[in-house]
Design a protein around this ligand. Structure first.
Ligand code: DX5
Ligand code: ZN
Length: 225
């Protein structure tokens, strides 16, 4: 299992977004996590397709667009068009989740599904064969810098079991409160795509924050083996 760090630009300095994002990639980030919030599905507003379009021009790694919006079907074609590589939608926001995941794939993007902390993993049994990744929210979505919710570890472990039982190959991503304190338990539970905002961009040197977090994550894989 390959551990990857997906720096979340939510905590970056938006006045120097390209440079901040690049520093996180230089520190070992191999996917860039982009949080899209509409002020309805979550109580915060962030960015839309124009920012993704400009990031695409300067960033070489896959753009992982996490849609925290109502009616994602309406925006999926546009995010695909401006250069999103992965698009994930919330189970809670999609009445026709099967259709939405197919829509993402039909636009040439990798489909992902996201679970809020209160949503059980069992709600995904019928779509696990359609997704490239399952994103377990380990905080309630909307803001960076929140505290990791420990029950997320049980959800990650349950997804590992479901994936093995069904011989599937979706990847397991975790988002919220990932830092030097929590990353070891998260990796040991079985997550392999680690989203981190505050721990990478919140303080100090972005590049070395990313490198240290990735190093701690890799060390935990060795401990698990
Ligand atoms: C929260 C976002 C996260 C956020 C995580 O709703 O989905 O991607 O950036 O931030 P940290 O790593 O600071 O908890
Ligand atoms: Zn996110």
């Amino acid at each position: 299992m390959k551990i990857e760090l997906a720096p979340s630009i939510l905590s970056a300095n938006f006045a120097q977004l390209g440079s901040d994002a690049q520093q996180a990639i230089d520190g070992g980030g191999t996917v860039l996590h982009v949080d899209i919030m509409d002020g309805h599905f979550v109580p915060n507003i962030t960015i839309g397709p124009p920012v993704v379009r400009w990031l695409r021009k300067v960033i070489q790694v896959p753009l992982d667009c996490h849609l925290m919006i109502e009616n994602p079907d309406f925006f999926i074609p546009e995010f695909a068009d401006v250069g999103a590589d992965w698009i994930s939608v919330h189970q809670e926001a999609c009445i026709h989740l099967d259709r939405t995941l197919h829509l993402i794939a039909s636009h040439g993007c990798k489909p992902g599904v996201v679970l809020n902390p209160a949503t059980p993993v069992e709600t995904l049994t019928e779509v696990l064969d359609l997704v490239h990744h399952v994103l377990v929210m380990s905080v309630n979505p909307g803001f960076g810098g929140q505290k990791f919710i420990p029950n997320s570890l049980n959800k990650i472990a349950a997804l590992v079991r479901m994936r093995a039982e069904r011989k599937l190959d979706f990847r397991i991503e975790v988002d919220g409160g990932v830092d030097l304190e929590t990353v070891s338990d998260i990796v040991k539970a079985g997550a392999e795509l680690l989203v981190a905002g505050n721990a990478v961009f919140g303080h100090g040197d972005i590049r070395s924050n990313a490198a240290k977090l990735l190093e701690a994550a890799r060390a935990a894989t060795l401990a698990r083996a």
